[in-house]
Design a protein around this ligand. Structure first.
Ligand code: ARG
Length: 472
């Protein structure tokens, strides 16, 4: 057996090299290579700490840092050679480092294990991803506020049970999504926060006899140091936090997507997407499909699935590293990539869509105004239940006669209830109905103006987080 055939990491104890099929199963290189910049950044912090604590000499530490920077350059230039035999990104980087700086590379792993190393890489990834998603989401929120501001006068029906319920301002509707997204920002920030802990110094699980100083590495990485080494290598809560934030955001995006699929259908006819954000059919020449919104709805499935996948992976694990934890990466990467792909499209797709104000308004009239009649009566002292019943009967009669509420002659209205003789006819229009709302947070133009002001305030006070700081 040739020494080189065995794993460079743990080959010492083994007489034979791994079977090819096992190597395939065991290797994380195909998906964890993208962690290389984080891995190198963590190693640089670790090498510097080793030097400062005298665990390696200052010169050795400098040599390690120089070599690690050179490895990063190769990774960034795309010239780094990845091989499955390296098993994972950590080993690959260390192998290349040895190629560049020689045997001093063999000292880098002092006081460290792949267990705290991989946990650190993932913390850094999650922190960066939470920041990136946050920036994309803020852009989508900016677009919602812009479109809401631009179309302050458009009215569509609000729905309950997907039945026309009451007229509402389009801007009110768009801002409702804005506030869902505002809560997503809070969840993303929570993931950012829980990812800001450095597990370095935990070593395999119980710490190390070397005089490492976790606070030093943590500080260099702008993180808090670990408190309990066993917890530090075992927990993936920060990854769950991000997966949860992505799953809830995915559900919000999906609900928005579903509405646009409806709105752009001939049946609704409320909106049209710009050609740049729609696709055609290979057989039906007339088709213009809202694929992007369908994908937005469709991706919620995998976002929820990815959160479940990691929850289930973690559920039965005893504390300490188990190889099961390697399964944390693909769901996490998939959620981040999926959410970012959608957020890259959504803002411009919203900004470039056009609305058909006339069909919206038409759908917002008719029986969607019935509550207005009942509320008018209640405002004049008629008990609400009684008013509700009287208007309900009127609606039934109109349905039977095929007539509409708006066109009812005054005599017919007062026949239902004498007080309706005083009804200002304006109330029986979508414009009059929304203008008549008095409660804070309502769909009245004044209230929506206030909501828009608050939305803009939130946008101007939310500074985007930058990407993870570059390696120094
Ligand atoms: N590729 C591994 C992972 O993704 C790295 C950690 C390996 N640690 C170990 N004790 N085998 O989790």
């Amino acid at each position: 057996m040739n020494e080189r055939d065995k794993s460079p990491l743990w080959g010492g104890r083994f007489a034979a090299s791994p079977a090819e099929a096992f190597e395939q199963l065991n290797a994380s290189i195909p998906f964890d290579a993208r962690l290389a910049p984080y891995d190198i950044r963590g190693s640089i912090a670790h090498a510097r700490m080793l030097g400062e604590k005298g665990i390696v000499s200052r010169e050795e530490a400098e040599e390690l840092v120089r070599g690690l920077r050179a490895v990063l350059e190769e990774v960034e230039a795309g010239s780094f050679e990845w091989t499955l035999a390296d098993e994972d990104v950590h080993t690959a980087v260390e192998r290349r480092l040895r190629g560049i700086v020689g045997d001093v590379a063999l000292k880098l792993h002092t006081g460290r294990s792949r267990n705290d190393q991989v946990a650190l890489d993932l913390h850094l990834f999650v922190r960066g991803a939470a920041g990136e998603i946050r920036a994309g989401l803020l852009e989508a929120m900016r677009a919602l506020a812009e479109v809401a501001g631009r179309h302050g006068d458009l009215i569509l029906p609000g729905y309950t049970h997907l039945q026309r319920a009451q007229p509402i301002l389009l801007s009110h509707h768009l801002l409702a999504h804005f506030w869902s997204f505002a809560r997503d920002l809070v969840r993303l920030d929570a993931a950012h926060e829980s990812a800001s802990v450095s597990p370095l110094g935990a070593a395999a699980l119980g710490g190390t006899p070397h005089p490492v100083e976790p606070a030093l590495t943590a500080e260099a990485l702008e993180m808090r140091p670990l408190v309990n080494s066993l917890d530090a290598v075992s927990e993936r809560d920060f990854a769950l936090d991000l997966l949860y934030a992505c799953a809830v955001l995915g559900v919000h995006l999906s609900r928005l997507g579903e509405e646009w699929v409806l709105w752009t259908s001939a049946e609704f006819g409320f909106a049209t997407l710009d050609d740049a954000y729609s696709s055609g059919s290979s057989i039906m020449p007339q088709k213009k499909n809202p694929d992007a919104y369908e994908l937005m709805r469709g991706k919620a499935g995998r976002l929820i699935g990815n959160l479940n996948a990691l929850l289930v992976t973690l559920k039965g694990l005893p504390l300490g590293y188990s190889k099961d934890l390697q399964e944390d990466k693909e769901p996490l990467f998939d959620s981040v990539d999926s959410v970012l792909a959608v957020l890259a499209v959504l803002p411009e797709m919203l900004r470039t869509a056009s609305f058909d104000g006339a069909s919206m308004r038409e759908a917002a009239g008719g029986f969607a105004l019935a509550t207005e009649l009942a509320d008018f009566l209640a405002g004049r002292g008629v008990p609400f239940r009684e008013a509700h019943r009287a208007v309900g009967e009127l609606v039934r009669r109109c349905e039977e006669a095929g007539s509409s509420l708006e066109d009812l002659p005054a005599e017919e209205l007062s026949a239902v209830h004498p007080t309706l003789a005083d009804l200002p006819r304006e109330l029986l229009t979508p414009v009059g109905s929304v203008a008549n709302k008095k409660s804070p947070g309502s769909t009245s133009p004044g209230s929506v103006e206030e909501q828009l002001r608050k939305a803009r305030e939130l946008l101007s006070s939310s500074t985007a987080r930058g990407p993870e700081p570059p390696v120094r």
